[in-house]
Design a protein. Structure first.
Length: 185
């Protein structure tokens, strides 16, 4: 009996790790809910792993949900093509930044006085927040941190390649574009 063997290829373009600092089940207005919605939206075009800092029974048919800790998060990050994380997770687990992958940081819910945020701002490649009002405030913080410079302004006077507004429910395209061809800044 002759069997035709076909090569299996994913139609998805990148392996993405979405890291969330909160472990509770997604609920309205929570950081975990925002990360869950981002993972769902990105899973349409990418192989996505959602990393949570606690063992969970949560699952999703379109992306993997895994537990991470200080020992394994760096390994998962190194095996990804790009990383999307909230600011607190990056501050708590710097091995994510040490993976050498392009990193997009969700600043929604972060305060400019959060511990470790200075290192996150200095090290990440792309930032996004939930509203245009937040974007204005974060642009000022990025300017103070020296992230607005000749390199980031070159061909992008609006700084949308550095900081964009993303809402999983209705404005996900900027993050989809970043994940399709992540850049280092």
């Amino acid at each position: 009996m002759h069997q035709e063997i076909t090569e299996m290829r994913s139609s998805r373009t990148s392996r993405l790790l979405v890291v969330c600092a909160e472990a509770e089940a997604p609920g309205p207005e929570s950081l975990a809910d925002r990360c869950w919605l981002l993972a769902e939206a990105l899973a349409d075009n990418h192989d996505v792993i959602l990393g949570l800092p606690a063992v969970t029974q949560l699952s999703h048919p379109d992306f993997a949900v895994v537990y991470y800790n200080g020992r394994n998060v760096g390994m998962v990050a190194r095996d990804s093509d790009a990383i999307i994380s909230d600011a607190r997770a990056l501050a708590d687990f710097p091995t994510i930044l040490e993976a050498g992958k392009p990193v997009a940081v969700d600043l929604a819910g972060a305060g400019d006085n959060d511990a470790g945020l200075t290192e996150v701002i200095a090290s990440a490649d792309f930032f996004f927040c939930a509203s245009e009002t937040d974007r204005g405030a974060w642009l000022e913080a990025l300017k103070v941190a020296g992230r607005v410079n000749e390199h980031t302004l070159d061909g992008d006077s609006s700084l949308r390649r550095l900081l964009e507004t993303v809402r999983p429910e209705d404005r996900i395209q900027p993050l989809i574009e970043y994940c399709a061809a992540p850049w280092y800044s």
